[in-house]
Design a protein around this ligand. Structure first.
Ligand code: PBG
Length: 331
């Protein structure tokens, strides 16, 4: 009965102190980027049915969120605008309005919370009447180079409003280099670019499109002619390599949990600041299961976030950012 085992891996799992001592990865509030949805007006909040616990907020109510980020040590807030229908056009030109919802929010937030970093999305989908991320031709095909020109203006307007990080999420070819060129030419040399480099044409974005109100406009069309095919993995390395060559400071893989293999390959190959986006559909799944009493929400939240770190992420965009930071603070 008595065995002489030289290796007993369970030895290091016996106490909490030991488990912490030999832990290979950790999670902290500093790993999180908190995405929020901003609506025009004041003292306005709207819930998003497919994202329980997430609200679209007017700027004044976002100030509270900014305070919470700072208090909990979450370093970055990511702004996503909900644009009024009458401001949406086929060319999405409202995206380049220096007085638009996003640049205005950036200026006001930076004035009050200079130490909180802000990230803004560069893409046209909240601004287009058809819900695509770019300009379309008469067949509905999303035009590349024409779109990039608008994205350059959009990114510049955001940078000039004082945003810390611009994050192109559109997946047009060559947009990182073009945006970097525009930022340099206008001496916005401190604006970082976080490229949504490996962004897949995913069904997991559904609840987000409800939140920004682009799903109705998009209708039955999809984004497969520019976002990546979920079947591909080598292609992610091509995209990341191009974006880094073109001047991206940080890269991203999106969605998150179903794409941990991509995250791992990207981090292994390039060893550059790499982020994962735990997207709206992932959030919705966890929330829905928890609301049914099928999963322990807090435990699954922290486990899913730690899994991103283990797979190589330097940080995670997550709607759980504040909740997870609170849990981590409580210990
Ligand atoms: C828009 C954009 C999307 C997301 C972030 N930026 C949606 C899309 O590409 O259709 C998705 C985020 C989420 O699902 O949480 N370019």
């Amino acid at each position: 009965m008595t065995q002489h085992l030289y290796h007993r891996p369970r030895r290091l799992r016996r106490t909490d102190a030991l488990r912490r001592l030999v832990s290979e990865h950790t999670l902290s509030a500093a790993d999180f980027i908190y995405p929020v949805f901003v609506i025009p007006g004041s003292n306005k909040r709207e819930s998003v049915a497919s994202m329980p616990g997430v609200e679209r907020l007017s700027l004044d109510l976002l100030f509270t969120k900014a305070e919470q980020c700072l208090a909990l040590g979450v370093p970055v807030m990511a702004l996503f605008p909900v644009i009024e229908t009458d401001k949406k056009t086929a060319d999405g030109l409202e995206a380049t309005n220096p007085e638009g919802l996003v640049p205005h929010a950036v200026r006001e937030l930076k004035k009050r919370f200079p130490e909180l970093m802000l990230l803004t999305d560069v893409a046209l989908d909240p601004f287009t009447s058809h819900g695509q991320d770019g300009l379309i031709d008469e067949h509905g095909y999303v035009l590349n180079d024409e779109t990039v020109e608008v994205l350059q203006m959009q990114a510049l307007v955001q940078a000039q409003a004082g945003v810390d990080i611009v994050a192109p999420s559109d997946m047009m070819d060559g947009r990182i280099g073009a945006i970097r060129e525009t930022l340099e030419a206008n001496r916005c040399i401190h604006t970082s670019i976080m490229a949504y480099s490996a962004k897949y044409a995913s069904a997991f974005y559904g609840p987000f499109r409800d939140a920004v109100g682009s799903s109705g406009n998009l209708g039955k069309s999809n984004k497969k002619v520019y976002q990546m095919n979920p079947a591909n993995s080598n292609e992610a390395l091509l995209e990341v390599g191009m974006d880094l060559d073109e001047g991206a400071d940080m890269v991203m893989v999106k969605p998150g949990m179903p794409y941990l293999d991509i995250l791992w390959r990207v981090k292994e190959k390039f060893a550059r600041p790499t982020f994962a986006y735990q997207v709206s559909g992932e959030y919705a799944m966890i929330k829905a299961a928890a609301q049914n009493g099928w999963l322990d929400e807090n435990a699954v939240m922290l486990e899913s976030l730690l899994a991103f770190k283990r797979a190589g992420a330097d940080g995670i965009l997550t709607y759980f950012a504040l909740d997870a930071a609170k849990l981590l603070k409580q210990g």
